[in-house]
Design a protein around this ligand. Structure first.
Ligand code: ACO
Length: 372
């Protein structure tokens, strides 16, 4: 039996949701280029596309927008949990637990999977914003159903309506993170879903996997790196030292992309605009220089900036503290997780790989008194 560490190059299902061309740096949701979707579409429309496989007509889009807006409130016991949890809790732990709590109430509900997917998607920004406000001893801001998904998220977080640029940048950032084929967190969701467990449990597994620094945690690490460098003139020395000491440049490298991640390409432009508006342009300049020098050195090995490289800078400029970045990622990836769960369950097969045993066999059992 051949060992494939990290399941590299192993396909576990066929999909019609997302296609990545890792050599050309292209990404397609349901056949539509990410470049077109980022320019012309929005969170709600692209979520419809990913869940249902086609772009919605006006009535379908209006229905989905209304449903997403209606479902933003949280049950009181989840609000109480958020208010009472320790203020220094990891936001991903709060999110994971809150989704799990939602599942306890909702599991007996006989709604279709897509309806549960919409519900969870709708509630994630409320969970995150309520936690952020509570930990800062600020009043929570109730959701505003007249605002889009992206606008309402920023509104609940900061208590004021976002500018047009903030709304667009938030919307595009969420759209770009929505799905990415068989990444670690989506796979974790499918492992759970394939046992015919419920959708909440499956999503909890996804949140847990996304929490790790090699996956959803890399965006804050990338930002931390820009802050540590501080000035664009320090970049070259910083990179050389990092690489010589065997460390990685955070926000660089990807299992599938062997060229520039198209999402990073799009986010770079928005990072430039939003950092200018927010007085953080010096950080953008540092990032741009890391991008340039890092790509020159690591590009020979097919290692370039991934989505996380500029995402942290963008989320920070929008007002999210670094420990919240993976939760913002989750608030978007939930669409992909649930779409893949629904697709997988149409033709379910329990996920149960193998391990190659390397230990001894037939060892003699010795009583505890006789052991050294
Ligand atoms: N900086 C420097 N060198 C790197 C980097 C990096 N960011 N990424 C990979 N390499 C090098 C490794 O050191 C290794 O070199 P070697 O062959 O000389 O030992 C080689 O590239 C292959 O690295 P692996 O870790 O085996 O490749 P893998 O496909 O498993 O890695 C990963 C993908 C985990 C994303 C890796 O590139 C990494 O750690 N990047 C930094 C963290 C990061 O940005 N993660 C976000 C990923 S995207 C996402 O989750 C949305």
């Amino acid at each position: 039996m051949e060992l494939k560490k990290g399941l590299e190059d192993i396909a576990i299902k066929e999909t019609e949701i997302t296609y990545i061309d890792g050599n050309l740096g292209r990404l397609y949701y349901r056949g539509y280029s990410i470049f077109d979707l980022a320019e012309f579409s929005n969170f709600e429309e692209t979520a419809y596309l990913i869940w249902f496989g086609k772009l919605p007509n006006s009535r379908e889009l209006k229905d989905l927008k209304e449903k997403l807006a209606e479902e933003r409130n949280l049950p009181e016991y989840v609000v109480q949990f958020i208010k009472n949890v320790r203020k220094d809790a990891n936001p991903m732990d709060v999110l994971r637990t809150a989704i799990s709590m939602l599942g306890i109430e909702d599991e007996s509900n006989k709604e279709e999977l897509w309806e549960k997917a919409v519900k969870i998607t709708s509630k994630i920004p409320t969970i995150i914003s309520f936690f952020v406000r509570t930990r800062k001893n600020l009043d929570i801001i109730e959701p505003d159903s007249s605002l889009s998904h992206a606008e309402n998220f920023l509104y609940m977080l900061k208590g004021e309506k976002p500018s047009n640029l903030e709304s667009k940048v938030m919307d595009v950032s969420l759209l770009l993170h929505m799905d990415h084929e068989m990444n670690a967190s989506t796979f974790a969701c499918l492992v759970v879903a394939s046992t015919l467990s419920d959708i909440y449990s499956s999503v909890v597994a996804g949140v847990s996997a996304l929490k790790g620094p090699l996956h959803g945690g890399a965006n804050s690490e990338a930002l931390k790196q820009f802050m540590e460098i501080g000035n664009k003139d320090n970049v070259e020395e910083y990179i050389m030292k990092k690489l010589e000491s065997g460390h990685r440049i955070m926000g660089f490298g990807h299992r599938i992309y062997k060229t520039y991640d198209p999402r990073a390409k799009i986010l770079k432009e928005y990072a430039k605009m939003i950092t200018k508006e927010k007085g953080l342009y010096n950080l953008y300049e540092v990032a741009e220089k890391v991008d340039e020098i890092g790509s020159r050195i690591l590009g020979k090995k097919g290692i370039y900036p991934n989505v996380d490289f500029y995402a942290g800078l963008v989320f920070y400029s929008l007002g999210f503290e670094p420990d919240l970045f993976p939760t913002v990622f989750a608030s978007s990836r939930i669409v992909g997780w649930t779409a893949h769960i629904m697709e997988y369950l149409k033709d379910n097969k329990l996920i149960r790989p193998k391990a190659i045993y390397k230990g001894e066999i037939g060892r003699k059992y010795i009583g505890i008194q006789e052991r050294e």
